[in-house]
Design a protein around this ligand. Structure first.
Ligand SMILES: [Zn+2]
Length: 432
């Protein structure tokens, strides 16, 4: 705090100087000598031309540019005004004028000690009130109207919007970010959001100072599809087919079909890669449910292929029991029923829709109200998170009949994805 106040005062001084001396009519002519063009000799301290020590002039030795002061020596480690009376330039500890780079400035224009980063352009002119990227184009910095790079937290752009600079100066961008209990959203330019912004699921409301006022649901249905398992949490396999690969294909077809409807946003929990490496199967599911909640999903549909040892075939869908949060269970049951009907219409055997309650030995056998919990993590944890969450077992990978008829060609996988999409659209009243 004390440091900030000090810097503010120093820069207020600097700014005041610019106000007084930085006018166009304060410009004055200064000679500019070049060793190769003008000849003479350069000792590293003095420039001799025609036997005289040159003073009050710019001098280029072929590599670097210096300002030779009234005593003939190079100005060093100083911010100073260009003779144009408008721009501020900088000579480093070696007396070299700085071009096209950031530098740490330790002495300000009034000769006082500071700890600032400033940027000088290709002409050597100090940036003021500008956004600039680092050389890699990754980090964005803001150079304030006093020529200082903003660091150490919240600041105000010259247009009045708030920004947040990390200690290194790079701006927080394209993200929600909580500072002192207020959730800001910083755009790609580092400016905080003002008014309404949306992530596709919610509107977030901000006042003109970036103060967060609240959020409300965008009139849009968000569907979260979970292609069950992944490359490290593998599913069932048989006949050269792998469940996790088929699940992703069906989910991808389902997403493409759903997106033909109006007012719907569809998320997939994963692509080919494992989204949460190093987690247990249950933790992996919990992470996916958290992701669904974070995007405001209306439903969580986990897509699977069954496996069994008794020659079974056909589709079945597990929905949530009604012992706790019965409203969620109702949506879950309707969704399960609609998807099952569409799968059966696609020619898959009908094993019905089901609930499965937790077993007596389960550690989490009861919901918080003491009622019997759902057995499957998707159903159980989905309900805990407030989501209608179902498991669609499209058919059996262990069945040669189901493999041959439904799993071994893209067209059949697409038909299952389309059936899922129709069931979802019917449940949420989507139209196209
Ligand atoms: Zn599975």
């Amino acid at each position: 705090m004390i440091r900030n106040v000090r810097n503010l005062i120093l820069f207020a001084c600097a700014f005041f100087c610019i106000m007084i001396f930085g006018m166009q009519d304060n410009a004055y002519a200064v000679e500019h000598y070049d060793l190769t063009r003008n000849g003479g000799s350069w000792t590293g301290y003095y420039y001799f031309l025609d036997g005289k020590v040159m003073k009050n002039c710019f001098f280029t030795d072929g590599t670097n540019t210096y300002y030779l002061m009234h005593n003939g020596m190079p100005m060093k480690d100083r911010l100073t005004y260009h003779p144009d009376g408008q721009h501020v330039i900088y000579f480093d500890k070696n007396g070299h004028e700085l071009f096209n780079e950031f530098t740490h400035v330790t002495t300000n224009i009034s000769g006082q000690r500071v700890d600032d980063y400033c940027y000088f352009d290709v002409h050597g002119y100090m940036y003021v009130d500008k956004l600039t990227y680092d050389r890699s184009g990754t980090n964005l910095y803001y150079i304030n109207p006093y020529g200082r790079m903003e660091r150490y937290g919240l600041f105000t752009f010259s247009d009045g919007a708030r920004g947040f600079a990390k200690n290194t100066g790079d701006l927080v961008r394209d993200t929600f970010y909580t500072v002192n209990g207020n959730m800001y959203y910083f755009h790609g330019t580092g400016h905080c959001a003002q008014g309404l912004i949306t992530d596709g699921c919610w509107y977030y409301n901000y006042d003109i100072n970036g103060k967060y006022l609240g959020k409300f649901v965008k009139q849009n249905t968000v569907i979260f599809l979970d292609p069950g398992h992944d490359s490290t949490h593998t599913g069932a396999s048989a006949g050269g087919l792998r469940e996790e690969i088929l699940n992703l294909k069906i989910a991808t077809y389902c997403k493409a079909e759903l997106e033909k409807y109006n007012g719907v946003t569809v998320y997939l929990a994963r692509n080919e890669a494992c989204p949460y490496p190093g987690t247990t199967a249950i933790e992996d599911i919990q992470c996916r449910i958290n992701a669904a909640n974070s995007v405001g999903a209306k439903a969580y549909i986990s897509l699977h292929i069954n496996s069994g040892g008794g020659g079974e075939n056909g589709a079945e869908v597990y929905y949530q029991n009604s012992s706790w949060k019965p409203g969620i269970a109702t949506t879950s049951q309707i969704l399960a029923n609609n998807i099952q009907n569409n799968l059966v219409s696609a020619g898959i055997g009908n094993r019905g829709i089901k609930i499965r309650n937790s077993t007596p030995d389960a550690a989490d056998r009861y919901y918080p109200d003491g009622s019997l919990s759902d057995y499957y993590a998707v159903n159980h944890r989905g309900k805990t998170a407030g989501l209608p969450a179902i498991i669609v077992e499209h058919c059996f990978i262990s069945s040669a009949y189901d493999r041959n008829n439904f799993l071994s060609n893209e067209n059949s996988l697409m038909r299952m994805g389309v059936a899922d999409a129709r069931g979802i659209a019917e449940t949420f009243g989507l139209s196209r």
